[in-house]
Design a protein around this ligand. Structure first.
Ligand SMILES: [Fe+2]
Length: 165
C-alpha cells in the first residue's frame, strides 16, 4: 500500500520536473521577445526565477524518497508539446497565444502540485509537503496574475497593432 503510493508520488515528481523544465524553456523563449510588453516581461522573468527554485524543490523531494536526480529524463508531455507548438508559432498575435498558453500551463502546474501534496501522507513523505506547497502558492499567484491581465494584454496588443498600421 505505502509502496504503491510512494511509486505514484515518485512518478508524479518526475513528471512535475519535466513539466517545470518545459515551463522554463517556454518562458526563456518568450522573455526574449517581450520587449513591447514590459510588465509581462518582468512577470515572466520573475516566474522564471521561481521555476528554477521549484525544480530544486522537486529534486529535493526526489532525494528524500531515495531517488537519484542525476538521470532525470524530462520526457515531453503531449499536452505541453501542443501548448508549446502553439506558443512558438511566430505570428503577430504571439503575445495573445503565449498568454493563453501560460494560463493553461500554470493551471496544469497547480493541479500537478495539488495531486503531489495529496499523496505526501500516503507515500510517507510528509517532509516534502512544505516544498510542494511553496511551489503551489507561486503557481497560484502566477495563474491569478495571468487571469487578471488577459484583457489588459489584449488591449495593449490592439494598441500596438494600431500603431503599426
Ligand atoms: Fe509556473
Amino acid at each position: 500500500m505505502t509502496q504503491t503510493a510512494r511509486d505514484i508520488f515518485v512518478v508524479g515528481l518526475r513528471n512535475a520536473h519535466a513539466m517545470e523544465t518545459q515551463a522554463r524553456e517556454l518562458m526563456e523563449r518568450q522573455s526574449e521577445r517581450l520587449d513591447e510588453y514590459p510588465e509581462v516581461k518582468a512577470k515572466v522573468a520573475a516566474h522564471l526565477q521561481e521555476t528554477n527554485e521549484q525544480l530544486k524543490r522537486l529534486e529535493r523531494c526526489l532525494e528524500s524518497c531515495g531517488e537519484s536526480t542525476s538521470s532525470l529524463k524530462d520526457t515531453a508531455q503531449s499536452v505541453m508539446a501542443n501548448m508549446q507548438a502553439m506558443a512558438h508559432s511566430a505570428t503577430n498575435d504571439e503575445i495573445l497565444k503565449n498568454t493563453f498558453a501560460n494560463n493553461a500551463f500554470e493551471n496544469f502546474e497547480i493541479a500537478a502540485y495539488k495531486s503531489l501534496i495529496a499523496l505526501c501522507g500516503a507515500a510517507g513523505v510528509t517532509e516534502a509537503k512544505a516544498d510542494l506547497e511553496a511551489s503551489l502558492k507561486e503557481e497560484q499567484r502566477m495563474a491569478a496574475w495571468i487571469d487578471s491581465n488577459v484583457e489588459k494584454v489584449t488591449m495593449e496588443f490592439l494598441t500596438h497593432q494600431r500603431q503599426a498600421s
